[in-house]
Design a protein around this ligand. Structure first.
Ligand code: GLC
Length: 485
């Protein structure tokens, strides 16, 4: 499948300024288009700008279809050190084809301009599972090759022994970070990583297709199943590749995120509870997994058993998907100029299951800035992590790439709210409502526990085991891991 490449759109500065004024509510769409045309914008640009849509009736329906110069909204903190100029560090950030990379390069350029520190951006693995394996190899080899790592919210308990304590680095602003994330990242009194952006699973839909088929945003999984089938049946007449519902079913960390949402929303518990009880073997989790297995080969193609987030994104921006489960970044990526669905994207909380304890559930995800104890340039590395996790940079990552902040004041920023209305509308989900994977009760064993879970669940999805067998196997194997067997 062709990768979705984020276009680096280079707009005339006056067009970009008009676009910014529109997004922040200072001028009307008409004025923006007029100013853009006066600046000599071509028909394509004007068409793209015309596609800008602001939230309607509580449901965000699109952010900029065209971006300004990438990185335009970055505000460089004023307290960065300037005495480390000429130091070169290496930071492992997004994967090679990631839609954020143009922004990363712009951010690095601003950081270097302010500090003189040179940052080489090193692409990481796309899958969180593969990436952890690579990071573990780096640490096992005591490698000084990489100075800064972006680390997943589920890893502090695993990689704490290799972390520089960043408590001092953010002491001035620590009270502004979401307390649950600071707690998550603190291991034995050390701040293992600075919270950088937060993630929560969301339901995306095509506003134009819901309208065309006279449907509303589904609030239960059963309703989603029926609506996805209706739209898929209709669209298949003209698009043989059409998919009712796209999600992540490959055997990797992303499936743990999807699976947790299915079972928690169905009252099926958190796999391993906060007190260490292994709760996975229960009827409501079985029912949730059976429902998901029923999507395969009906509203979702069989290939989903190999899909990660990028596959969902690629299919969605190609216009082949009615509903999708993905993280916040897809809102910006699917409204970018190269997306065929720009302006027709809605986002909401994921649906509820059924039975006792049914609720809406979003898995908590997110990434953090970490400095390796094996780095020989820790001071420069710390400055870069402070920069990346600062308010002015988080604000920009939210405005331009729809990454949800970890700093409470950034949620209140009016430019964030106008560029990405869903961030304020779903604020409760991002600031405490999302469900954590059991990385705290399982500690350093989390990755192994998650691997058992996603492998068994993947087997249910591909039909090689039943949901009842899978949860029994999960229970036995997780118990073995936790007892050190
Ligand atoms: C996103 C989340 C991360 C999660 C991963 C799974 O990157 O932020 O927490 O582990 O997806 O694919």
């Amino acid at each position: 499948m062709a990768r979705f490449e984020n276009p680096v759109s280079i707009l005339h500065p006056r067009v970009a300024a008009a676009r910014r004024d529109f997004v922040s509510g200072r001028i009307t769409r008409r004025e923006m288009l007029f100013r853009a045309s006066m600046a000599g914008a071509g028909a394509m640009t004007l068409a793209a700008l015309g596609g800008l849509k602001v939230a309607a009736q509580g449901t965000p329906e699109g952010t900029p279809a065209a971006t300004g110069e990438v990185g335009y909204s970055i505000q460089v903190p004023t307290d960065l050190r300037t005495d480390l100029g000429g130091t070169s560090i290496r930071a492992v950030l997004a994967d090679a084809g990631n839609v954020d990379n143009d922004w990363h390069d712009a951010a690095i350029a601003k950081f270097t301009e302010a500090t003189g520190i040179i940052v080489e951006r090193v692409p990481g693995e796309q899958s969180a599972t593969d990436r952890l394996q690579n990071y573990r190899q780096q640490f096992a080899a005591q490698s000084a090759d990489l100075d800064v790592y972006q680390i997943d919210v589920i890893w502090p308990g695993i990689i704490a022994p290799f972390a520089v304590d960043l408590t001092e680095a953010v002491s001035a602003t620590i009270g502004d970070y979401l307390p649950a994330l600071v707690e998550n990242n603190t291991v034995e009194g050390s701040l293992v990583a600075i919270p950088w952006y937060t993630d929560a699973g969301l339901l995306y839909h095509r506003t134009d297709l819901l309208e065309q088929y006279g449907l509303t945003v589904p609030t239960t999984w059963d309703e989603l199943t029926t609506s996805a089938q209706t739209i898929q049946d209709g669209q298949l007449a003209t698009n043989p590749n059409f998919i009712g519902f796209a999600w992540q079913g490959a055997a990797y960390e992303g499936l743990t995120c999807n699976g947790l949402e299915w079972q928690v929303s169905n009252g099926g518990g958190n796999i391993v509870e906060a007190d260490g009880t292994i709760s996975i073997n229960n009827e409501q989790a079985i029912a949730a997994f059976e429902r998901a297995a029923g999507w395969v080969n009906t509203i979702t193609p069989q290939g989903v058993v190999n899909w990660q987030e990028v596959d969902t994104l690629n299919n969605f921006v190609a216009g082949n998907v009615a509903f999708a489960r993905n993280w916040p970044y897809m809102f910006s990526a699917s409204n970018a100029a190269a997306s065929t669905v720009a302006g027709n994207v809605g986002v909401s909380v994921l649906p509820m299951g059924s039975g006792e304890g049914a609720r809406n559930a979003a898995t908590l995800g997110g990434w953090n800035m970490f400095v390796s104890t094996f780095s020989t340039k820790q001071e420069a590395a710390i400055e870069y992590t402070r920069f990346m996790a600062s308010a002015g940079v988080q604000r920009s990552f939210a405005i331009e790439k729809s990454h949800t902040p970890t700093l409470v004041p950034v949620f209140d920023d009016p430019d964030v709210a106008s560029a990405q209305p869903f961030i304020s509308e779903l604020r409760d989900v991002f600031t405490g409502g999302a469900v954590a994977r059991p990385s705290t009760p399982t500690g350093e064993n989390y990755a192994e526990v998650s691997a058992v879970y996603y492998q068994q669940l993947n087997a249910v999805l591909n039909g090689s085991t039943t949901a009842a067998e899978a949860v029994a196997n999960m229970e036995t194997d997780i118990d073995g891991i936790m007892s050190g067997l």
